[in-house]
Design a protein around this ligand. Structure first.
Ligand SMILES: Nc1ncnc2c1ncn2[C@@H]1O[C@H](COP(=O)(O)OP(=O)(O)OP(=O)(O)O)[C@@H](O)[C@H]1O
Length: 551
């Protein structure tokens, strides 16, 4: 539904859809719309220009051009739908099977695909015509084969990625048969790009039909086809210059319409050209905050989503320079929303409705976006739970590390690479120089998290917000990453806001801690005090539930 509404917001796509609808109406209602019989010859009225009797003129046999153009839509649409329909029927199931089963099936099929793909579509159409004879159906068969091969390749590529996803494993565990998984589970997930590609192929098919008819290999001589009209106009264009104009325009506009619809569908599905949301955050009610020596001072921070309950309410805490401050609480208690609010990264329509967030004495709430963006990196760094999803899979680690170094420190590429290698060594990645050329998937979870930490350090932030940085890692690696954070605090005097639901982690690394529940801080204290004498019953219950992890 989101895709349809985005599509309806694209004027160019709407115009193209209306144009195609017009073609379909013209094809279906041709006998009623066409003013003349498209094959009625009138030798006394040959090669006439546009007139009241013949709006688009007549051809070399005196046939009405408008009527032939209207009847031509039937062939244009039939050729396109036939070629793409057959390609979908052949290519998509083959791609699903080959991608899903993989192995030698895949290897053999892909070699065949490579070989057939190297043949130009037009050449293959000539081959099919030579074997099976002239005619629109035979001509479009060769084109269908090429489209089918391309759709097979596209489907197979997407299935290779999809089959590794948890929902496919879940379907296997449920005992669904392979065809049901392929057609019932995977196909709906890969349908979007296939629809987009097909609409683009509809345009290509139309072009091929016109080319083959132009070469005299498509429709029968008497039939009205735009390509054939263009072909016949060549010999008489000297006598009647209007002849090629209308069939040429019809071909051009139809191909353009199919392609623009394909583009529009792609944008609607990816949201790329969707208009920016009109939503504007409400103004923040700044709470006056007294001067403090803390590096970060948060007062009465309140975050709300329109129509939903307030997710963070009246949260206040201070973090001193060099301190590790823990924010702990059960899932959904508002820890992440607090952190995102501090960095100005709340997902719309969430917004800070009131409060004060001062970093080194400077109020951050209400700062314009570009000023906040300039603070992220050198002032506030963030690391998240899943290191792999925080790194771009297609870029090397080196490239991802030098970007912040070049942006914030203005280093040359060579100097940035040297510094990136130093940072990787600092966070404990062995053989750092060589590993700069590796991609994220070549790193284990713990090593990838070290890379993410190194990237956050690259800009030298004063405050590092670490949101569940060890939750996705196994216990041994968790300890190593926490030790690394502590080591960095020691060396650089870095201030850390550590978000976690694990009281064991809090006990190990934090100086002070705040306990959150349902969007509010219910208690905050130095770590030792909180564990020995919790004041709030919720803290006591959390400690009891954690089974003495802190002991
Ligand atoms: N887009 C949203 N719209 C409305 N409410 C949201 C949205 N995103 C999050 N919330 C709500 O905000 C509350 C706080 O979420 P938050 O992610 O901060 O919790 P958390 O304590 O970090 O939990 P977890 O440890 O599971 O990440 C939750 O009740 C959540 O349902």
């Amino acid at each position: 539904m989101i895709t349809v509404s985005r599509l309806l917001r694209q004027p160019a796509t709407l115009v193209c859809l209306a144009f195609l609808l017009l073609l379909v109406v013209a094809a279906v209602a041709a006998p009623w719309l066409a003013p003349y019989d498209p094959s009625a010859v009138n030798v006394t009225g040959r090669l006439e220009g546009p007139s009241a009797a013949h709006w688009l003129g007549t051809d070399e046999l005196g046939r009405d051009q408008l009527s032939r153009l209207i009847y031509g839509t039937r062939i244009a649409l039939r050729a396109s739908v036939q070629a793409v329909g057959l390609a979908l029927v052949l290519g998509v199931p083959a791609g699903l099977v080959i991608g899903y089963f993989g192995g030698w099936w895949d290897r053999v099929a892909m070699r065949v695909v490579d070989a057939v793909s190297s043949i130009p579509a037009l050449l293959l159409a000539f081959g099919v015509i030579a074997l099976l004879g002239r005619g629109l159906t035979n001509a479009m068969l060769g084109v269908s084969v090429i489209f089918a091969i391309q759709l097979l390749r596209l489907t197979r590529g997407m299935v290779l990625a999809e089959r590794e996803l948890p929902y496919v494993d879940a379907a296997r565990v449920l005992g669904l048969s392979a065809p049901r998984i392929m057609f019932g589970q995977i196909l709906p997930n890969v349908a979007g790009p296939l629809i987009v590609q097909s609409s683009i192929y509809l345009g290509f098919a139309q072009l091929f039909e016109a080319m083959l008819s132009f070469l005299g290999l498509g429709v029968d001589v008497g039939d009205a086809s735009w390509g054939q009209m263009l072909d016949r106009s060549r010999a008489y264009v000297g006598d009647q210059p209007w002849l090629p104009v209308f069939p040429g325009l019809a071909i051009m506009l139809t191909v353009l319409a199919f392609n623009l619809i394909g583009d529009g569908l792609r944008d609607a599905m990816s949201g790329a050209r969707a208009p920016a949301p009109t939503w504007k955050p409400p103004p923040v009610r700044l709470v006056p905050a007294e001067p403090t020596r803390a590096l970060l001072s948060v007062r009465s921070l309140t975050v709300a989503f329109p129509g939903a309950a307030t997710v963070v309410e009246d949260v206040s805490f201070d973090i001193a320079e060099g301190e590790v401050f823990g924010l702990v609480g059960e899932s959904g208690s508002g820890k992440t929303m607090t952190a995102l609010a501090l960095a100005g990264l709340l997902p719309p329509p969430g917004a800070v409705t009131q409060g004060s967030v001062r970093l080194a004495g400077r109020e951050l709430l209400g700062l314009p976006d570009h000023e906040l963006a300039a603070l992220r990196g050198p002032e506030i760094g963030m690391i998240f739970q899943d290191p792999q999803s925080a790194l771009s899979p297609v870029h090397t680690i080196g490239r991802q590390l030098i970007e912040p170094l070049r942006t914030h420190e203005g280093l040359s590429r060579r100097a940035a690479l040297d510094r990136a290698a130093e940072l990787l060594t600092l966070v404990g990645v062995p053989d750092a120089r060589r590993r700069l050329g590796d991609h994220p998937h070549q790193f284990s979870g713990g090593m990838a998290q070290r890379v993410v930490i190194a990237r956050a350090l690259a800009a030298g932030p004063r405050l590092l917000i670490a949101d569940e940085p060890t939750t996705a890692l196994d216990v041994t690696v968790q300890c190593q990453v926490l030790d690394l954070l502590l080591d960095l605090r020691e060396r650089f005097g870095m201030t850390i806001l550590l978000i976690t639901h694990d009281l064991g982690v809090v006990a190990d690394v934090c100086d002070r801690v705040a306990v959150m529940r349902a969007g509010r801080i219910v208690e905050q204290a130095p770590v030792g005090g909180l564990f020995t004498t919790p004041e709030h019953p919720y803290t006591a219950a959390l400690l009891a539930a954690s089974g003495g992890a802190h002991a």
